[in-house]
Design a protein around this ligand. Structure first.
Ligand code: VIB
Length: 239
């Protein structure tokens, strides 16, 4: 079995839990509390800033320009296109996007960002891609399931969000997760079983952190004694 197939197979229960999560179900039905949407966007803006930096770290580990081009392209995609789904949530919530761009990391955002930075700091290219892959993979799976179920109908306020992450919109890179899985299979040939187990755990943890990220926003889970939302903008030191 290809290593990528093993990863997908082992992560299937987590993917199902994500698809069943009340936040994702709220996207399906077009009903989500304003507080969940704004918490998500604030944290996701922070998360995507970290994601861009981890892509930059991946460029540093590339051995050829065709790999570099993938990460370069994705940095552009996040900077210029990934703002659309955030706008969809902000419009539904009735909140200006700019007001959500200075959020300090809530606990799960901190954990997810640090998990990716750890792969960049202590791993090879394959470790970084394993930690990053659940992001495009789970969103692509979520959106295509919702499309298959006809949830991207005109009555759904989240139609554009679903189309963006699914295979419908023109400006999305629908095959990104396939390209990353192929890159992982190519690189996996250079590693022994013990090392592949570490790589697999990075992937599985990021899948789990994807579930945590939805849960955190749905329940607006903050630090208990040092809440992120009480910090002033000029006190924000985390990236
Ligand atoms: C927590 C979280 N996970 C996944 C995505 C979706 N996403 C973010 S970047 C990217 C691919 C860009 O290379 C995709 C699909 C998100 N927005 N937030």
């Amino acid at each position: 079995m290809l290593f990528s197939e093993e990863l997908k197979q082992n992560a299937t229960p987590i993917l199902s839990a994500i698809e069943d999560h009340p936040f994702v179900q709220g996207i399906a039905t077009g009903t989500l509390p304003k507080e969940a949407l704004t918490f998500y966007v604030g944290q996701d803006f922070n998360y995507l800033n970290a994601f861009i930096k981890v892509y930059a770290a991946a460029v540093e580990k590339c051995r050829d320009r065709s790999d570099m081009a993938i990460f370069n392209e994705q940095i552009n995609f996040i900077l210029n296109s990934e703002i659309h789904p955030h706008h969809v949530f902000c419009n539904v919530a009735g909140v200006p996007y700019e007001s959500l761009q200075h959020a300090v990391q809530a606990p799960m955002t901190y954990l997810y960002n640090e998990h990716m930075y750890n792969a960049a700091r202590t791993g090879d290219l394959i470790d970084i891609v394993a930690a990053m892959l659940p992001c495009p993979w789970t969103y692509f799976e979520i959106a295509n399931k919702l499309i298959a179920e006809g949830k991207n109908n005109d009555a759904n306020v989240f139609k554009d969000w679903i189309d963006f992450y699914g295979s419908i919109a023109d400006d999305t890179d629908a095959n990104l997760s396939d390209r990353f899985f192929a890159l992982i299979d190519r690189e996996a040939a250079n590693y022994n079983a013990a090392r592949l187990a570490v790589i697999e755990r990075r992937f599985m943890r990021s899948c789990e952190l994807e579930w945590d990220f939805w849960e955190q926003a749905y329940r607006q889970q903050d630090w208990q004694f040092t809440p992120a939302k009480n910090l002033r903008q000029d006190q924000v030191i985390q990236h």
